[in-house]
Design a protein around this ligand. Structure first.
Ligand code: NDP
Length: 450
């Protein structure tokens, strides 16, 4: 049976594009369907615009520090409109780059929604297209729990086009997105209240990291309401009122313009026609094996729609492993061990390997050694700003291997990326100790901890 394409990729995000290009390199005839903009969540309404906004938000600290170095005080106002316009222009530039990359790789792009008719046939914007193999890479979408009035909250999808700049905002959720936006908005002068249902932000991260960031966020002016259940949102003339029940009773928080719901994300599977295939779901995500194979032999899935580890570089790696295996004559799977990740809060956090709790669960309290260092980075000494950096190593006693590295502080993401190579290659604490530090730097602490 001949098909229109060897591979049809549904979704032009990070995972989809990486898979399509790699398969095309092997000579496969490939098509991608994307009904919105190429680049997916990361480029259009995630990592990229968020990081640009984070850069914008860090200038006030630099302005403050400059005075400590003898610069005259800097009087500067953020023009929010300019920021939003410039961020969106950069996103548009990247969309163009993706388009050209796919074009250069001879990948056919359909600017349309694709829906399964059967396992080899798709309806792509009204056109019937067939393919030997089909990859689902449709990503995720924000969750909106059934809280009365939740429709009055925006999500991270909308925040990049928010005009005018809010004066007061309520952020629901203490995960990556909630914390990153709480910090960005707080640093640029928005009054931020963050509501979390547990006692601590960033579930899943090392306890020391969580405590350090949360304390720093509160010191920087973010009002955190913990152990709070959101009971409803109500639109008023002045904005939105968010009602919560806490241990101390009921509270009503008024946001001038909006509240931001950052309550997790779920696979975006609506109107995909999955029911016309044998593809199975597990907990609302596409069920796949380690080769990203679904229950339908010719259909595969990568990225957030499989809800394995929802990070851009993971989706890209899953996609390339799939293409190498199916079109490149190799047998490759993605390794989920020692995947580093960062949270672009202020202060920033980054981590690789096991948390202390995970290490204790695996090796017992006596099986590990913890090394910690907390200090004021040199940059903040002259301005006398009480910012702190925290670094932590977790070592498996028996093998001496470093099994976890965690950091809160400036450039944490940049530093942990390098440390991740050491963990990935099985470095021992003795290897860390034998490495000469770069002096003076914050990063050298990782090789001088005793
Ligand atoms: P997360 O899963 O990280 O956090 C969700 C937050 O919402 C948690 O604080 C959770 O509380 C809370 N929550 C969930 N449901 C409810 C509810 N019904 N009522 C009250 N609170 C609730 O989701 P995000 O939306 O922040 O981010 C989604 C994903 O995007 C992340 O998991 C990450 O993979 C990815 N991402 C990665 C980034 C990066 O790498 N820097 C940046 C942004 C996103 P609790 O902890 O109690 O469960």
């Amino acid at each position: 049976m001949s098909y229109d394409f060897d591979l049809f990729v549904i979704g032009g995000g990070s995972g989809g594009i990486a898979s399509a290009r790699r398969a095309a390199q092997y000579g496969a005839r490939v098509a991608v369907a994307e009904s919105w903009q190429l680049g997916g969540t990361c480029v259009n309404r995630g990592c990229v615009p968020k990081k640009l906004m984070m850069y914008a938000s860090r200038f006030p600290i630099k302005f403050e520090a400059a005075v400590g170095y003898g610069w005259s005080p800097v009087q500067s106002e953020l023009d929010w409109d300019t920021l939003i316009t410039r961020v969106n222009a950069e996103v548009a530039r990247l969309n163009g780059i993706y388009e050209r990359m796919l074009d250069n790789s001879k990948v056919t792009v359909f600017e349309a929604h694709a829906r399964f008719i059967d396992a080899h046939t798709l309806d792509v914007g009204g056109q019937t297209v067939t393919a030997d193999k089909i990859l689902i890479a449709v990503g995720g979408t924000p969750v909106r729990p059934p809280i009365p009035g939740i429709e009055h909250a925006i999500t991270s999808d909308e925040i990049f086009n928010l005009r005018p700049r809010p004066e007061r905002i309520v952020i629901l959720g203490g995960g990556y997105i909630g914390c990153e936006f709480a910090c960005i908005l707080n640093q640029i002068g928005v009054e931020v209240t963050q509501i979390i249902r547990s006692g601590q932000i960033l579930r899943g991260f090392d306890e020391d990291i969580r405590t350090e960031i949360q304390a720093a966020m509160e010191v920087s002016g973010i009002r955190m309401i913990t152990h709070a259940e959101v009971t409803g949102l109500e639109k008023t003339d002045g904005g939105v009122t968010v009602s919560v029940t806490t241990q101390d009773g009921e509270a009503h928080i008024v946001a001038d313009a909006v509240s931001l719901a950052a309550l997790g994300r779920k696979p975006k599977l609506d109107n995909l026609g999955i029911e016309n295939t044998k593809v199975e779901l597990a907990a609302g995500a596409i069920a796949v094996d380690e080769y990203s194979r679904t229950a339908e032999p010719n259909i595969f899935a990568v990225g957030d729609c499989t809800d394995r580890m929802n990070l851009t570089p993971v989706a890209i790696n899953e996609g390339r492993a799939f293409a190498d295996t199916e079109f490149g004559g190799q047998s490759r799977t993605m390794s989920y061990e020692n995947v580093p990740t960062a949270v672009f809060t202020t202060p920033e956090a980054a981590t690789v390997g096991l948390t202390e709790a995970e290490a204790i669960a695996k090796y017992g309290e006596d099986g590990i050694t913890i090394y910690r260092s907390r200090f004021r980075p040199m940059f903040y000494t002259l301005p006398n700003i009480p910012a702190k950096t925290l670094m932590k190593l977790i070592v498996h006693k028996e093998s001496d291997r470093v099994i976890g590295a965690h950091m809160v502080g400036d450039d944490a993401a940049e530093i942990i990326q390098g440390v991740a190579i050491a963990l990935k290659t099985g470095a021992t604490k003795a290897n860390f100790d034998a490495t000469v530090g770069i002096h003076p730097s914050a990063a050298e602490e990782f090789v001088t901890m005793r």
